[in-house]
Design a protein around this ligand. Structure first.
Ligand SMILES: NC(=O)c1ccc[n+]([C@@H]2O[C@H](COP(=O)([O-])OP(=O)(O)OC[C@H]3O[C@@H](n4cnc5c(N)ncnc54)[C@H](OP(=O)(O)O)[C@@H]3O)[C@@H](O)[C@H]2O)c1
Length: 334
C-alpha cells in the first residue's frame, strides 16, 4: 500500500506524473467534500467532470459540468465514457431538513437510485473506468451499545436497524455488480465517513454559529461521542483510494481519536473566543422538539475505529481534535 504519506502534497505527488493525468468524474462534486476534492485534483492537473442536477458552466480550465438526474434515470453517457475514475458523493443532505417521511425517502432514493444508475451505465456500455470510490457513512453502525468506553465499531460489525443504518446498507449495495459478474471489473472502494470537519459547511459551521454571540452550545449531556475527520484527510483518502490499485473494499473514514460533543464544542470555543464565551447545554427534549427524529443523530454516541486505515498504512495529517481545530480556526483567524 502507498498510504504512508506525510503531507497533502506528498499524497498528490503519487498521482502527478504526466502519464498519470486522469479524467475523474465526481457525482455531487458541487458539495462540501466535492468542492475541496475538486480544488486539489485540479491543482494537480487532472481533468474533472462534475455530474450535477443543476445547470452550471465552468470557466475553469480542466473542469466541466455534465448533467444527470438520478430520479429520472438520466445521465450524460459521454461524460461517463470519458472517465478513468468515478468518485460518487451525491446524496440529499442528511441534516439539511427535518426528517419527514418524504425527506427520508429522498435521502434514501438520492443515494440508491444514483448508485444503481452508475452501475447500470457502467455494466451496459464498454468504458475505461478503473475504480469507483464512493461515500457511505458511519450511520451504518448506529449508536454505541454501551456507554462509556464501548468497543469501537469496525468494518466487520453489522449494520444498525435504524433509518441511517438501512440507508447505508442500501447505498453500499446499490454499487454491487462492478466486480466482474457483468463482464466488468471495476475496483470499488466505500468510505463509511464520520462527521467531516470543515470551515465551509457541515457540523463545524453549525457549532461555530452561536459562538459569534459568545455561546458555546453543548448538545444534550454533551457526553455523546463524535467520530470525526478533518476535510483535508478526507480529501487525501479519496485521492489515495483512486490512485492506489491495491485499495479496495470498505473503510471507516474517521480520525483515530473520537471526542465527546462537549470536548469538541469547548475546544472550538477556546480557539475562537479565548475565554469570552458562555457554555450552555441545549437540553435533549428541546432538541427533540426542534429537530424531531433527526435529534437522535446529534444525541447519539458513535465510536468508530480507523484501525483498518492504519493497517493499510494511511497517515492522518490531523489525528487529534486539537490539530484539526487549530488548523481550521487558523484558516480564518490567522
Ligand atoms: N459532510 C459530512 O460530514 C459527511 C459525513 C458522512 C457522510 N457524508 C456523505 O458524503 C457525501 C458528500 O458529502 P458532502 O458533505 O459533500 O455533501 P453535500 O455538501 O450535501 O453535497 C452533496 C451533493 O449531492 C447532490 N445532491 C443533493 N441532493 C441530491 C439528490 N436529491 N439527488 C442527487 N444528488 C443530490 C448535490 O449536487 P448537485 O446539486 O450538484 O446535483 C450536492 O452538492 C454525501 O453522500 C454525504 O452523505 C458526508
Amino acid at each position: 500500500m502507498t498510504w504512508v504519506l506525510k503531507t497533502a502534497q506528498a499524497s498528490l505527488s503519487l498521482f502527478t506524473k504526466k502519464s498519470d493525468m486522469s479524467t475523474i468524474l465526481i457525482t455531487g462534486g458541487t458539495g462540501l467534500i466535492g468542492a475541496a476534492l475538486s480544488k486539489e485534483l485540479l491543482a494537480s492537473g487532472h481533468q474533472l467532470i462534475i455530474l450535477t442536477r443543476g445547470t452550471k458552466t465552468s470557466l475553469q480550465a480542466g473542469l466541466r459540468y455534465a448533467a444527470w438526474d438520478p430520479a429520472k434515470g438520466e445521465i450524460d453517457l459521454e461524460a461517463v465514457l470519458e472517465a478513468d475514475y468515478i468518485i460518487h458523493l451525491a446524496g440529499a443532505g442528511v441534516a439539511e431538513k427535518r426528517w419527514s417521511k418524504k425527506r427520508k425517502q429522498e435521502i434514501l432514493d438520492s443515494r440508491v437510485e444514483s448508485g444503481k444508475l452508475l452501475v447500470k451505465t457502467l455494466t451496459t456500455h464498454p468504458n475505461k473506468v478503473k475504480a469507483l470510490v464512493s461515500s457511505s457513512a458511519i450511520g451504518y453502525y448506529g449508536a454505541d451499545p454501551v456507554i462509556p468506553n464501548p468497543r469501537p465499531f469496525t468494518e466487520d460489525d453489522p449494520a444498525s436497524d435504524d433509518f441511517l443504518g438501512k440507508t447505508c446498507v442500501a447505498w453500499e449495495k446499490s454499487l454491487d455488480g462492478l466486480d466482474g459478474l457483468h463482464g466488468t471489473a471495476i475496483r470499488v472502494v466505500k468510505f463509511r465517513t464520520g462527521i467531516v470537519l470543515a470551515n465551509e459547511g457541515g457540523a463545524l459551521r453549525e457549532f461555530a454559529k452561536p459562538l459569534r454571540f459568545g455561546l458555546a452550545t453543548i448538545l444534550g449531556s454533551g457526553r455523546q461521542v463524535i467520530s470525526w475527520i478533518h476535510i483535508g484527510d478526507m480529501v487525501r483518502l479519496y485521492i489515495n483510494a483512486v490512485s492506489d490499485p491495491s485499495v479496495t473494499g470498505v473503510f471507516n473514514a474517521v480520525a483515530p481519536k473520537p471526542v465527546s460533543n462537549k470536548e469538541l464544542v469547548l475546544k472550538l470555543a477556546k480557539l475562537e473566543r479565548k475565554n469570552s464565551f458562555i457554555p450552555i447545554h441545549v437540553p435533549s427534549f428541546a432538541l427533540r422538539l426542534a429537530m424531531g427524529e433527526m435529534s437522535t443523530e446529534v444525541l447519539k454516541s458513535s465510536t468508530v475505529s480507523c484501525d483498518k486505515l492504519h493497517i493499510a498504512g494511511f497517515n492522518f495529517l490531523y489525528p487529534s481534535i486539537d490539530a484539526a481545530l487549530e488548523n481550521l480556526v487558523s484558516q480564518h483567524n490567522p
